[in-house]
Design a protein around this ligand. Structure first.
Ligand code: ATP
Length: 240
């Protein structure tokens, strides 16, 4: 049984089709990638799951329930957290304040001790964030800000993590570190759906992937299968 599924999902921005009939599946415990050129519809796919955009047609199911008509806070409550493209951290707040914002669904239930324990747990995994917890988030390096964006999403204690181009704008060394963090989260049991332009690095990391072209799935398969497809580079990713 698929945990998350898209059934013929269309998303429109006025007249522009962001997604033009996408069907895809993610099983519990998988790490799945979505790759494609600029404007292919990768971000739109994640935003549709996160409840930021509503499909104009089709349906999205999560854990046996329809979720395409749920607002973003409801999606977070159901265990899905979204790490947006460009990180979107609050630069004028401290690292700690950013992290606490990620836990708002639990504060609303007055689960302060639960949040505190989760914060300690995260500080063990992300020691750089612990060291810099009283620093303004805008003063962190790009890589540290990406770690903060991931850690902030983890403060909601998700079972399903949506990552939108986590490597964007990072130096190669930092990309490896961020990917290592993602691998660890996945091996710790978090299901991951990752959107990336760094297609080849992504295909080496994920279990399976979908290639999006103009809002439609053109290819899918295991990372290994897709790496062997000659047409991948030229036709779908725009690389020589
Ligand atoms: P990138 O890698 O550049 O982020 P993407 O694959 O994530 O690209 P999307 O951002 O999902 O692509 O965009 C898919 C299509 O929808 C594109 O044609 C884009 O121009 C269009 N689109 C996205 N957001 C909007 C918007 N807010 N208003 C109008 N059109 C939009």
């Amino acid at each position: 049984m698929n945990w998350l599924s898209f059934e013929d999902v269309h998303v429109h921005y006025g007249e522009v089709a962001g997604l033009a009939g996408v069907s895809l599946e993610v099983e519990r415990g998988e790490m799945v990638g979505i790759i494609g050129r600029n404007g292919a519809g990768k971000t739109t796919t994640l935003k549709a799951i996160a409840g930021i955009h509503q499909p104009s047609h089709g349906r999205i199911m999560f854990d046996n329930k329809r979720c395409d008509n749920c607002p973003p806070h409801e999606i977070v409550k159901r265990g899905i957290a979204y790490v947006p493209e460009g990180r979107r951290i609050f630069s004028a707040l401290t690292v700690l304040e950013n992290l606490k914002l990620g836990a708002y669904i639990h504060y609303r239930k007055r689960r302060k001790e639960f949040v505190a324990a989760n914060l300690e747990n995260l500080f063990e995994q992300f020691s750089i964030l612990k060291d810099k917890r009283h620093q303004l988030a805008g003063t962190l390096s790009g890589g540290e800000q990406q770690l903060l964006a991931i850690a902030r999403a983890l403060m909601s204690v998700p079972t399903f993590l949506l990552l939108d181009e986590p490597s964007m704008g990072l130096a190669p060394k930092m990309v490896s570190q961020v990917f290592e963090v993602i691998r660890k989260l996945h091996s710790g049991g978090v299901t991951v759906l990752i959107v990336e332009q760094k297609a080849f690095l992504t295909l080496r990391m994920v279990d399976r992937a979908y290639v999006l072209v103009n809002g439609k799935i053109k290819l899918f398969g295991t990372g290994e299968e897709l790496l062997e497809k000659k047409e991948l580079k030229h036709a779908y990713l725009g690389r020589r």
